[in-house]
Design a protein around this ligand. Structure first.
Ligand code: IPM
Ligand code: MN
Length: 355
């Protein structure tokens, strides 16, 4: 019996989370596992009503679950940063979700803006460090608000933090067993301290612990170029928090848009949290037009993380079926179906896998 925490969150978050839970139910019925879901109302509305972003007890309570499914965080009436830092980033830090795993996979039937590229060319995974770097919050103001103001924002890179991320990435590349190539994405020509350490650790760990994995390196700017020009060159990319944030938005576009891009915030030893990588899309809220595929894909990643491989596989095949035979577009309002109809279609395909 899995205990799943659901944080629907803001905007279209609840609409997409509902469809992810629907598909989870279909997978449980089809594969014979049991789960119990508990909903938490963290988000903008709760904050506006109670002034509380995330109660301290929440973090402790969430540790008692097997996994967390998150819809979206970000509310138009709340100053940017409060909810993102107070909920999403706080959970990433306090639950020590040190890996942000973001597959960039073009499914058949999904349009990519890259001319001449298809599903065979676009299938790689970004392993983003998720608890350090520029996101650590180190820095501050001096003489704030004066003409002499100074703002410092530092990137924190610990040897331990870098090593555990790299080991996860090497291990992941080995298990994936596709190209057996891990690319370190950095900026060793300018960030000569942080990425010097990343590069040394990368080569040391690779050489001694993962000799069968081919090591590659690309600067972050070049990575952006190759992701567009030759995405087929990538198998697994490992990078720091900030670069990972940026290149995975590019990755999301390459794989067909925010409607389809999923991710997992992972602590390999403890509870992990799965979320669509797009935001709360306030302008589509409550209209039933948002694409829930990214949330459904996140649910598939969760099943795979829980070791429910058969269920994960069934959900992925259902997603592929619906994407290639049903949806007219990945964009909100243009799918040819409502949000909940898309969830129904995937659920049906999970229950009765099409030949
Ligand atoms: C993401 C988001 C978050 C991030 C924001 C909402 C804090 O952009 O998950 O990629 O920067 O990590
Ligand atoms: Mn982002």
């Amino acid at each position: 019996m899995y205990k799943i925490a659901v944080i629907p969150g803001d905007g279209t978050g609840p609409e997409v989370a509902r469809e992810a839970v629907k598909v989870l139910g279909a997978a449980a019925d089809a594969c014979g596992f049991k789960y119990e879901s508990t909903e938490f109302d963290f988000g903008g509305d709760r904050f506006l009503a109670t002034d509380e972003v995330l109660p301290d007890s929440a973090v402790t309570e969430l540790r008692g679950f097997d996994a967390i499914l998150l819809g979206a965080i970000g509310h138009p009436d709340v100053k940017p940063g409060i909810l993102e830092k107070g909920i999403l980033l706080r959970l990433r830090f306090e639950l020590d979700l040190y890996i942000n795993l973001r597959p960039v996979k073009l499914y058949p039937g999904v349009e990519t803006p890259l001319a001449g590229k298809g599903p065979d060319d676009i299938d790689f995974v970004v392993v983003r460090e998720n608890t350090e770097g520029l996101y650590a919050g180190a820095g501050g103001f001096l003489k704030q608000g004066t003409p002499d103001e100074i703002a410092v924002q530092e990137s924190i890179n610990t040897r331990k933090g870098v090593e555990r991320c790299l080991r996860y990435a090497f291990e992941f590349t080995r298990k994936r067993n596709r190209g057996n190539t891990l690319t370190l994405c950095g900026k060793t020509n300018v960030l000569t301290y942080a990425f010097d350490m990343w590069e040394r650790a990368f080569n040391e760990i690779g050489e001694t612990e993962f000799p069968a994995i081919k090591r590659d390196y690309a600067h972050v700017d070049a990575t952006c170029m190759w992701m567009v020009k030759n995405p087929e060159w990538f198998d697994v990319i490992v990078t720091d928090n900030m670069f990972g944030d940026i290149i995975t938005d590019l990755g999301a576009m390459v794989q067909g848009g925010m409607g389809i891009a999923a991710g997992g915030n992972i602590n390999p030893e403890s509870v992990s949290m799965f979320e669509p990588i797009g935001g709360s899309a306030p302008k589509y809220t409550g209209k039933g037009v948002i694409n829930p595929m990214a949330a459904i894909s996140s649910c598939q990643m969760m099943l795979s993380h829980l070791g429910e491989d058969e269920a994960a596989d069934r959900v992925e095949r259902a997603i592929v079926h619906v994407l290639s035979n049903k949806l007219e577009s990945m964009s909100a309002g243009a799918m040819g179906y409502s949000t909940s109809e898309v969830g129904d279609l995937v659920g049906e395909a999970v229950a009765n896998p099409p030949a």
